[in-house]
Write a protein that binds this ligand. Structure first.
Ligand SMILES: [Zn+2]
Length: 209
């Protein structure tokens, strides 16, 4: 048993910093790619801005006041003139869904991982709602069952979008549609996992016979 540990880490989450968080962390804004002036001093708001820390032995950091060997260095930020798309982001909706299928597979490794993941549970509910609506339509059951299934799926996607993008109301319908594709990707990950598990079982059964 470990004694004297003040906090136990239960889980670690990784996420992107928002532009506001980056600006809050930043010690200065960078507006020019220039570094030093004619006298050899770092240019304010340039890439060698003394608020980021200093490398010249005689100078002090303008953020913490310490010298080169004591200052840890500080973050700055650049406000981009146009939005820039990260090279790692998917370029088409097909790539987006394929990426989510790949990401989702880990969530369906076992029943325990499904129960631990909110997204996996949502994906299961999403697939079930589609299945209920489809079966109701094919069997000629009351149409209201199919309508209820479709409505619940729409509410699910829009609620997820509102919860995450409430600060950007204009993007809520588009992100609602993206959530629909996202949940399809995660749902297909479950279907793929079940399929490959069944195929494996069939193969091992075939070997034994
Ligand atoms: Zn400093």
């Amino acid at each position: 048993m470990i004694v004297g540990v003040p906090k136990r880490i239960k889980r670690v989450m990784l996420a992107f910093l928002s532009p506001d968080e980056i600006r809050k962390m930043s010690s200065t804004k960078i507006i020019t790619a220039d570094t030093y002036d004619d006298d050899g001093f770092p240019i304010e708001m340039g890439l060698m801005n003394p608020r980021l820390g200093v490398i010249e032995p005689g100078l002090r950091c303008k953020t913490c006041g310490r010298k080169v060997d004591e200052c840890p260095g500080h973050f700055g930020h650049i406000d981009l003139a146009m939005p820039v798309i990260h090279e790692g982001y998917p370029k088409t909706l097909r790539d987006f869904v394929r990426r989510e299928i790949w990401h989702g597979k880990g969530n369906f490794a076992s029943l325990e991982t499904v129960l631990r993941s909110k997204v996996a549970m949502l994906a299961v509910a999403f697939l079930l709602l589609h299945a209920v609506a489809l079966v109701a339509l094919l069997c000629g059951a009351d149409r209201r069952i199919a309508v209820a299934g479709v409505t619940l799926v729409s509410v699910l996607c829009l609620t997820a979008s509102v919860m995450k993008y409430h600060r950007f109301p204009m993007s809520i319908p588009i992100n609602g549609c993206l959530y629909y594709l996202y949940l399809w990707g995660r749902g297909l990950a479950l279907v793929g996992t079940l399929y490959s598990r069944a195929a494996k079982r069939m193969r091992s059964k075939g070997h034994r016979e």
